[in-house]
Design a protein around this ligand. Structure first.
Ligand SMILES: Cc1ncc(COP(=O)(O)O)c(C=O)c1O
Length: 402
């Protein structure tokens, strides 16, 4: 073990867009001996998670839980509703839609990708054209990433449903809320989403390891008509378990269940509306600071229009190699880890060092965000990166206004 370098005593702060900061209460409840998995409180805890997760998703349908990460949720969702040779439409606003499309390709599914670049949301006219052109309804599902964590673009999922209804296209609307759930407003049923995938390591504040697939009756009917579904990914027994082991098709993620139980208690004590409002306010504080810095230097928010920005993650541009230098400086001197720029430039390309991201998802509050912004300001000064003044004042004003 090396001793902490200068300035790194004190609590470290991982401000990357997932995995996110874990509350002490979550860590503490996970610190326990192995529980019996055949009887006792773990069985009740598992059952109690289901309605509480549905409240977070604003969903009254079904929920299947998996041991896995976001990629597992992607594959699980696909495995239940699309078969080799089927087609999915994938509007992409960053790296993650391509990732989900790639999982579909791996299952033998045809992917029709509409790429809208890395700085703008879905172009509804182009999606409408693609749906109109599909007169024979070959497109079986639309894979819709709500918040792309690489670009911080937030897409309008409710508007996509309205568009599908206007066109009269019967495809399933499948949303990826891996970055947004518990951070940006999302209402599965009200927004007409048929399938939604999420993980536990961002807004749900639990270490990575649990994946969720929410689905409604329409999606379940598609599942029932599938020629075959792999036993492991099949959502039916998981959503309707006759015995405890069926929730996970095997051993339960025991300690995660305790962690998630505590996280959900915290979430529901605060309330979803309050959580969305908190994320929104903290995001506005970050944007205000970034705009002020940008007035006098190269720092720039990746997404120009705030209605298209996520409240969970902020992607920033800062002339190469300043972004990497800043990340290194805050980590080495402050114990503050900022997120790498993801998918904006190929690794190895000098441009790669011109992007970074801030995670502000889950267990975050005003003093953490002020500390994050103060750390960035110190780094910009230490590295002599030109930047405008008044950033911290601007952020503090947003927080003070409540
Ligand atoms: C929007 C989104 N989708 C999918 C994933 C993939 O999740 P995982 O890395 O847990 O497999 C991520 C991960 O950050 C994500 O942000």
């Amino acid at each position: 073990m090396t001793s902490p370098s200068k300035g790194r005593s004190g609590r470290e702060y991982l401000a990357i867009p997932g995995p996110s900061v874990m509350p002490d209460a979550v860590l503490q409840t996970m610190h326990r001996a192995a529980p019996n998995i055949y009887a006792g409180e773990i069985v009740d805890i598992a059952a109690s998670l289901v309605p509480d997760l549905k409240l977070v998703a604003r969903a009254e349908g079904h929920l299947a839980m998996y041991i896995g990460n976001g990629h597992a949720a992607w594959e699980a969702a696909l495995a239940n509703v699309v078969a080799p040779g089927d087609t999915v439409l994938v509007p992409a606003t960053g790296r993650f839609a391509h990732g989900w499309a790639d999982m579909a390709k791996g299952l033998g599914v045809r992917t029709q990708i509409l790429d809208f670049g890395k700085r703008a949301p879905w172009d509804m006219d182009q999606i409408a054209d693609a749906l109109h052109a599909d007169a024979s309804h070959k497109i079986k599902a639309i894979l819709a990433v709500h918040v792309d964590t690489s670009t911080s673009v937030r897409n309008d999922v409710a508007a996509l449903r309205a568009l599908m209804d206007d066109v009269g296209h019967p495809a399933l609307l499948m949303a990826d809320c891996i970055a947004s759930l518990g951070c940006d407003r999302f209402e599965m049923d009200a927004w007409g989403v048929d399938v939604m995938v999420a993980g536990c390591q961002k807004g749900l504040m639990v270490p990575p390891g649990m994946a969720f697939v929410f689905f409604n009756d329409k999606a379940d009917a598609v599942r029932r008509a599938m020629p075959r579904v792999s036993r492991y990914w099949d959502w039916s027994p998981r959503a309707n378990p006759e015995e405890f082991f069926m929730y996970w098709n095997g051993t339960a993620p025991t300690h995660h269940l305790y962690g998630l139980r505590t996280a959900l208690d915290m979430i529901h004590a605060e309330g979803m509306e309050a959580i969305w409002a908190r994320h929104e306010q903290l995001a506005r504080a970050i944007w205000a600071a970034c705009e002020a810095w940008g007035e006098g230097g190269p720092l720039e928010l990746n997404v120009a229009d705030r209605v298209n920005r996520s409240c969970a993650v902020t992607a920033l541009r800062l002339e190469s190699p300043h972004a990497t230098a800043l990340r290194d400086w805050t980590e080495q001197n402050l114990g503050l880890t900022l997120g790498i720029g993801l998918g904006m430039a190929p690794p190895g390309d000098p441009a790669w060092h011109g992007f970074f991201r801030l995670g502000h998802m889950g267990h975050v509050n005003g003093h953490m965000i002020m500390g994050l912004l103060g750390g960035i300001e110190a780094g910009l000064s230490a590295l002599s990166v030109p930047h405008g003044s008044g950033a911290l004042e601007a952020a503090a004003k947003v927080i003070a206004e409540g």
